[in-house]
Design a protein around this ligand. Structure first.
Ligand SMILES: [Fe+2]
Length: 315
């Protein structure tokens, strides 16, 4: 694909209609996200999709793997999640329409695997803010991405999204910005770093706030808890990444060489201590002790709300 004429990132309003946004929020069943034990509680549902003959098609795979090179926090672990309903992926479905817009914007070739994630962060009333991603300035490891704000509770402050030219934060390209309802931000994940600022919940708002569902005690599979989004302390975003074979298989993306910053907390280490149950990968991968699978948390992780200007930005 040749999208060299497109900016490093671009903020757009009205990416999703109010009707579709409401349909997703009222109908989504998100499962516990085990990787959020180290940051604000989060639930998530995922779906791998591709486009054939102009129609979005859903894959059945309900887990993903992030190459450890890109996510030092949880890289190398395998995660199973709830699936976004396949009917939503159809051409006329609320998610399918956004997938088509994403592919059209970046001219993504047909049959490219695209990962779609919908996730809700549950912000707590704290005396401090907390991370919603568990990551600092980073890349998600893909080539192209798009984050969409589906809900931002009235009690929330922060989190905001920011793009950086350098991993050490010495070259921010924007001020942190917040994505409002229905807004989206496209970004070239292999050309620019991003960061999600910490967030919290205003005093008093927590009283009517929703709690994140507890993880299943039996398995690490997502526990579909019907965590309907929309509460005052919730922030729900959808994020798309392409190409997504890297998350499907845990393989390296040779097109993304931005590298990663060392995280102070590693789920892989937790796993070694037995405090985090993860499936060990059958095939090994790289340099991590437990290589092979992982959650792509972040990024997707929620990235959060991104709100940037619609202008072009260059280093
Ligand atoms: Fe990210």
């Amino acid at each position: 694909m040749d999208d060299s004429d497109l900016p490093l990132f671009q903020h757009v309003k009205g990416f999703v209609s109010e009707e579709d946004r409401a349909a997703i929020l009222s109908g989504i069943a998100l499962g516990h996200d085990p990787s959020s034990a180290h940051f604000a509680a989060r639930t998530k549902a995922i779906r791998f999709v591709t486009i054939i003959q102009g129609k979005p098609m859903a894959f059945a795979q309900n887990y993903f793997v992030q190459n450890a090179d890109y996510n030092d926090f949880s890289g190398g672990l395998r995660r199973v999640y709830s699936l976004i309903p396949s009917e939503w992926i159809e051409e006329s479905g609320p998610v399918g329409k956004m997938v088509l817009q994403f592919a059209e914007y970046y001219r993504i070739p047909e049959k490219t695997v695209i990962l779609v994630q919908i996730q809700t962060s549950f912000m707590r009333e704290l005396n401090r803010t907390e991370s919603i991603t568990g990551q600092g300035i980073h890349t998600d490891g893909a080539d192209r991405a798009c984050i969409v704000c589906l809900h931002r509770g009235s009690g929330i402050f922060g989190p905001a999204n920011q793009f950086h030219a350098k991993l050490d934060g010495s070259k921010p390209l924007t001020e942190p910005k917040i994505l409002e309802h229905g807004e989206a931000c496209f970004f070239k994940d292999n050309e620019v770093y991003h960061y999600v600022t910490p967030g919290g919940c205003k005093k008093g708002a927590d009283a009517s706030a929703a709690s994140a569902p507890a993880p299943s005690s039996e398995t690490q599979e997502a526990s579909v808890a019907g965590a309907t989004a929309g509460a005052v302390n919730q922030r729900t975003i959808m994020i798309m990444h392409a190409p997504a074979e890297i998350y499907m298989m845990g393989i390296e993306n040779k097109n993304n060489t931005l590298g990663s910053r060392v995280s102070s907390v590693k789920l892989r280490d937790e796993n070694e201590k037995g405090t985090e149950t993860v499936e060990k990968a059958e095939k090994g991968a790289d340099n991590a002790a437990y290589t092979s699978e992982l959650d792509y948390m972040g990024l997707a992780q929620s990235l959060g709300s991104l709100s940037l200007t619609a202008d072009r930005h260059e280093y």
